[in-house]
Write a protein that binds this ligand. Structure first.
Ligand SMILES: [Zn+2]
Length: 292
């Protein structure tokens, strides 16, 4: 069983327009090719032709056994800021399983008092708050806001909220390890550590950083989660990376899916169905008639 806790349905190739439905098909194809059963889809800090609004995602894939949705907060960058009442309804109704903050791109600090109402919603419904930490995919972003040390601020101020530091704070791995070690309510995903596929030298570099983090923080299985940042990172290359992390088989299972299943409240029946759907699709080859 594998859960990829960090994928997007944005179109990053503006020269090649694609519909949301096409991107969903591409996602399932990529998941099938790498044996991924379930994926957590994160909406963006803005909504436009390339980046679907959370309502579009709900309409297209809401309730699909192989996908969970996390709502990207649109706070400063987007003129159409997130309506917190509507977000709360989506979370209450369990169509949205978490909140994603993009402080580097959206230009705010996560310890800004304006976010208190956001964290209160997360606490009330016990959904995780994912935070982009570290390097950004845009030259217009301000990376200082994305420093993982700021996660410590909110983890301390909101002890009943569970936070996820996405991308291990890359390149501030050691700072991220300290925040994880210190705070039981902080998790991290290993997504977005490369663009495309890992190249040999860079993969070795990243693996060493992950090894150092695990030595420092301990309990990798409790806090780390598998994720890719697809389509920015390739799934096949990431599966290989997962298998190379030096942890016990038990911890690897936790990283691969168990910790994410708990954090995003993805129940056993849903995962069983997701797994069966993957196997059914994988058995379908072009030219044959799909069953069911
Ligand atoms: Zn991402």
């Amino acid at each position: 069983m594998i859960i990829d806790c960090h994928v997007h349905l944005n179109n990053y190739d503006t020269a090649r327009p694609s519909t949301l439905r096409e991107r969903v098909e591409n996602l399932f194809d990529a998941m099938d090719a790498s044996g991924v059963d379930h994926a957590v889809v994160l909406s963006s800090y803005t909504a436009n032709a390339e980046r679907p609004h959370i309502e579009e995602l709900v309409a297209e894939v809401g309730g699909h056994p192989r996908l969970s949705l996390v709502e990207g907060l649109r706070w400063r960058y987007d003129e159409q800021r997130t309506d917190l009442f509507q977000m709360e309804e989506r979370i209450r109704d369990k169509v949205v399983k978490g909140i994603k903050l993009y402080p580097g791109y959206d230009l705010y600090a996560i310890n800004d008092p304006s976010l208190e109402s956001v964290f209160r919603i997360a606490a009330k419904y016990d959904v995780p708050v994912m935070i982009h930490t570290g390097d950004t995919y845009s030259a217009h972003a301000k990376v200082r806001y994305a420093h993982p040390l700021l996660v410590d601020d909110v983890a301390v101020d909101y002890p009943d909220v569970r936070f996820v530091a996405c991308h291990l704070g890359n390149p501030w791995f050691q700072d991220c390890a300290e925040v994880l070690y210190k705070n039981d309510n902080v998790y991290a995903d290993i997504s977005g550590l490369t663009l495309g596929d890992f190249e040999y030298e860079f993969e070795r570099y990243i693996m060493q950083r992950v090894r150092d983090m695990i030595v420092y923080m301990g309990e990798p299985g409790r806090q780390l989660m598998y994720g890719t940042d697809w389509p920015l990172a390739g799934m096949a290359s990431y599966i290989r990376f997962l298998h190379q992390i030096e942890v016990s088989d038990e911890d690897r299972e936790h990283i691969a899916w168990e910790t994410a299943a708990k954090l995003f409240a993805i129940d056993g029946d849903t995962l069983t169905e997701a797994h069966a759907m993957r196997l059914a699709r994988s058995g379908t080859r072009p030219g044959t008639i799909p069953v069911g």
